[in-house]
Design a protein around this ligand. Structure first.
Ligand code: SIN
Length: 530
């Protein structure tokens, strides 16, 4: 077992982790730890883009309004103001620094997505915005001598000296050696949990370990009931899927049923309604028809514009013999985004000293009960920078506590067992904590998960077994929160409570060995800008 000290220990290499690293490198040494490679993150896969009110036809006021409206009375207004104002500044500074967004004659081309009242989405390389942004920030980070990259390192425990978080114990997945990273500031940027669901737009590795690690050392976990389902994920009989960006509907694509008829109006929605509404309408339509999928049609749009704007989607669909410029594109909803996560304040700080969370792993309350499309890359940028700036107030730690760490092993024979747990839990969540939930289903899921918990908790000293335990824990957090929210709001749609209730204008917070609690939401602040 070896030990290393860095001023900043950042876990996760999506946009939030990379941007945090780049900012942290101004203040000290950085260990950027990630379990796979840079191309395996939700940020990298992001298609639609990044929302920022920088068009002359737009305003921060409108962006704030749209975010709050989509969030269904559960956004923290202060957090939303920070997101919109500081996000705009950061996006402008990235452009000044050389980040290229798609433009025509030097004018940025803004896309449209559900819930936005105007064209506001910056995109790059057509539908590969996440990859372009991640590569851009990475190209800066890799030149910085203060940042060391630890690829194929899996964080299996956060260290805590009783007063504060002091580091992370990691397994080097190649050498199988345990390495202890200690540091003054620990930032979790390891993404959400949506890959636990069998139909998901996320990379398979997005199963919420960062959230579990934080929970285990007493961090508060908030809003886990709000798993956002993306309405249009490609449907194939094999179960393979990939995202068909909402920006496709922004450019005029239409959702149709098996008769080729538009159906959304019947469910009080249209193609550019906020995501919760479109996903619910599709759920109802699928249930009523008994079909596994619906279709997106783009054949009325200009084929060369479609191929140029949606290069990745066009090429990927062709692999399934679907030409999106001509053929109906089979689609169905899939788990997409974890709105909740490790509870933070406006600076990414958690309730544990020196422990921060940013990006999809965090709950900053900017998304409320339903995230406005393309606000997540913006959140990564804004709160990663804030967390780093705030964390510089923490005095430097010395290396402590390494002797108390039990290393974990890596035994490939447990791979199948982990896969089985993931499949079982995924199926359970899909059925009982999917797009539409009920008391009966959630109670059943909770009881089954308790049994699984008993099975996995006794064996957590091996990589795959620990991963299985983390999956069960995250599923439990989702189920418990969904059970407590006895109303329908945003992404928590309950068949047994159809209305939103004012008494639930609060988030649900879970903490290990503590009673769950509701925290009233700060929705009362006036919007400061015009
Ligand atoms: C999309 O391109 O539809 C996804 C955008 C997002 O999830 O913000």
């Amino acid at each position: 077992m070896t030990a290393k000290y860095f001023d900043f220990i950042i876990i996760g290499s999506g946009l939030a982790g990379l941007f945090a690293s780049l900012n942290a490198a101004k203040y000290g040494t950085v260990a950027l730890i990630f379990k796979t490679d840079l191309k395996v993150s939700n940020s990298y896969l992001a298609q639609g883009g990044v929302a920022a009110a920088i068009s002359e036809h737009d305003s921060s006021y409108l962006h704030i309004q749209d975010t709050l409206k989509a969030g269904r009375e559960l956004c923290d207004r202060e957090a939303v103001e920070i997101l919109v104002h500081e996000g705009k500044e950061i996006v402008e500074s990235l452009i000044d620094g050389g980040m290229k967004f798609d433009s025509l004659n030097e004018d940025i081309l803004f896309g449209l997505e559900g819930g936005h009242s105007t064209r506001r989405i910056l995109h790059s390389n057509g539908d590969s915005t996440g990859a372009a942004l991640v590569n851009f920030i990475f190209s800066e980070a890799v030149k910085n001598k203060n940042i060391q990259f630890f690829e194929n390192f899996y964080a299996f425990k956060l260290l805590n000296d009783g007063l504060k978080c002091t580091g992370a114990a990691c397994l080097n997945l190649l050498s199988k050696e345990t390495v202890i990273f200690t540091g003054s500031n620990i930032i979790i940027a390891s993404g959400g949990v949506s890959a636990i669901y069998p139909r998901s737009t996320n990379p398979d590795s997005t199963t919420g370990e960062g959230i579990s690690l934080a929970y285990e050392i007493g961090a508060e976990i908030e809003s886990m009931e709000f798993i956002q389902f993306h309405p249009t994920s490609f449907y194939s009989d094999s179960g393979e899927t990939f995202l068909i960006s909402e920006a496709v509907r922004g450019e005029g694509a239409r959702l149709v049923d098996w008769k080729g008829e538009r159906f959304l109006k019947r469910w009080d929605a249209d193609e550019l309604s906020p995501r919760d509404k479109v996903a619910e309408a599709m759920y109802n339509e699928l249930k009523e028809s008994g079909r596994p999928n619906l279709f997106l049609r783009l054949d009325h749009l200009n084929p060369s514009s479609v191929k140029e704007r949606f290069r990745f989607i066009y090429k990927t669909a062709l692999k399934y013999n679907v030409d999106i410029t001509k053929d109906p594109v089979p689609v169905s909803p899939a788990a997409h985004y974890t709105i909740g996560g490790i509870k933070t304040d406006m600076f990414g700080a958690t309730n544990i000293s020196n422990l921060y969370a940013v990006g999809e792993a965090a709950s900053t309350n900017v998304h409320g009960a339903n995230r406005l499309a393309s606000n997540s890359l913006l959140e990564c940028l804004v709160f990663a920078k804030r967390a780093v700036e705030h964390s510089t107030i923490n005095p430097a730690s010395s290396i402590t506590g390494t002797k108390m760490i039990n290393p974990i092993s890596f035994d490939a024979r447990n791979y199948n067992q982990n896969l089985r747990i993931k499949e079982k839990v995924g199926k359970l969540l899909w059925e009982y904590a999917g797009i539409v939930r009920s008391e009966e289903g959630l109670t059943k899921a909770k009881s089954i998960l308790s049994d699984y918990e008993d099975q996995v908790n006794s064996k957590k000293d091996e990589y795959f077994l620990q991963n299985g335990a983390s999956i069960v824990l995250c599923a439990k957090l989702i189920t418990e929160s969904a059970l407590m929210r006895k109303e329908s709001r945003g992404c928590n749609i309950r068949s047994d409570f159809s209305a939103s209730l004012a008494k639930f204008n609060a988030t649900i917070i879970l903490k290990k060995n503590a009673a769950p609690r509701f925290q009233e939401m700060n929705t009362k602040l006036e919007i400061k800008c015009v």
